[in-house]
Design a binder for this molecule. Sequence first.
Ligand code: NAP
Length: 500
Amino acid sequence: MKQLTRLSALLLACLVLLGTTLVACAAEQPSGFSDVSPDAWYADAVSWCRENGIMGGTSETAFSPNSPMTRAMLATVLHRAAGEPEAGRTTPFSDVSPDTWYTEAVAWAADQGLVTGYGNGRFGTDDPITREQLATILWRYAGSPEAAGGPDFKDAADLSGYARSAVSWAAVQGIVTGLNENRFAPRDNATRAQVATILTRYLSQDTQPAPVPEPQKPEAAGYPAFDLAAGTVPLNDGHTMPILGIGTYALSDQQAENSVYWALKAGFRLIDTARIYGNEPGVGRGIRRAIDEGIVKREEIFVTTKMWTSDFGNGDAAIDASLSRLGLDYIDLMILHHSQPSNDVQAYQAMERAVEAGKLRSIGLSNYYTPADFDRLVNATTIKPALLQNETHPYHQSGEMKGHIAQYGTVLESWFPLGGRGNTQTLFNDPTISGIAQAHGVSSAQVIIRWHLQAGNICIPGSSNEQHIIEDFDVWDFALTDQEMAQMTALERDARFANY
Ligand SMILES: NC(=O)c1ccc[n+]([C@@H]2O[C@H](COP(=O)([O-])OP(=O)(O)OC[C@H]3O[C@@H](n4cnc5c(N)ncnc54)[C@H](OP(=O)(O)O)[C@@H]3O)[C@@H](O)[C@H]2O)c1
């Protein structure tokens, strides 16, 4: 027993000695870490981060330069860089318990809209951060500044949509650089050495903007300005359009009649249907019911329908057929349902003729997802599209297309604004969205709808339920703050729910 005690004492003494030697060795390195040699490309950055209290080691002696940076670590580092301000609320994530070293930092970063969870209530504390995520978080931290030009990395095509502006900005600022052969490797995990270097470049720049991200603003030059008080937006052709409407996708003819009638009764003035939904007659009946009861006049409402792709070769007849099914003598807005390069120009020209003839007031497009595809049609036709209707919601915010169409004064309209049938719970239960809803005493659906309107997206939630319809129109008496808008903007993940 005595021998055992002596052995333990000896071992302990050795360990203490070894520890002291390691600390001493580490202290001799300028960075203070034994695994950061003075001539490493990241040595100065590690020293700077340590001196400024931004980033410490993984232990007293080690920095672990090649280890991945976790999401919790990054939140902590940014929180320190911001002076460790108090978080505005408790952590919204189920996997961040209230008493860890990163709890306050994660709550603060989420509150600022800098980080988001995975949409299932989890933050992914120990998950590594990728290079494009790192650039995006820093970009948000800098206030989401506009970036001139796209990133010119060889693998720029691999960048996720949400990260493109961020990486362009970070590259122009000299904050991120490419790896070998001018590759950015967006999905590679960022190592701690890379993070230290990028943070040093960023934080040691002379002029640092306040670390509060800007909310998504709809006022890119030329983008139509929403009148939230009137609930309308001026179109590029001189007409005015309501910004909140009822959608009728997947509703039967009978359901569409009821939903349209309930919607007009609840205050909606915009209706969205399509020939392919097979419910234009029901929509027409719903409108007539509301007019007959004195709820609305024809000229007070705005009816949209869409020309289906198989009709593109015979657009003039398709327009007449929609007019007849709806029972209207003019349609406020007709849009081509999908891009179809073989003959969409021909179909659009039929709509241009119908504008001349007074059958259509405004015309536009749906499901054009690249600037090149949009411009292909614009360059071959005369009337600039008044509107582009694309899948748009907090997880797919259509920033690129919205920025692109602004030059034509074209406005964006969101389909699947709540995620679409079968997906709505994903958005409704997102902790950011449900947290904002709780703060305002409204539903998640109302928060999402209000976000669309404040972000400059015309919103057309679909519903077959009168209570939901009433609720969906009840979004005028509250407003999301700039910070809440920024939090919503930060939910972008370039993820569509539909696959067409
Ligand atoms: N251009 C295109 O290719 C295209 C594609 C899809 C859709 N669209 C248009 O965009 C419109 C909107 O899209 P969408 O209808 O497919 O999807 P959506 O509006 O994102 O979601 C509709 C779903 O939300 C539910 N909902 C609505 N309000 C609610 C509330 N207050 N509380 C709880 N649930 C609520 C509806 O259920 P209930 O019926 O139970 O209320 C329905 O399940 C369509 O109706 C259509 O007009 C266009």
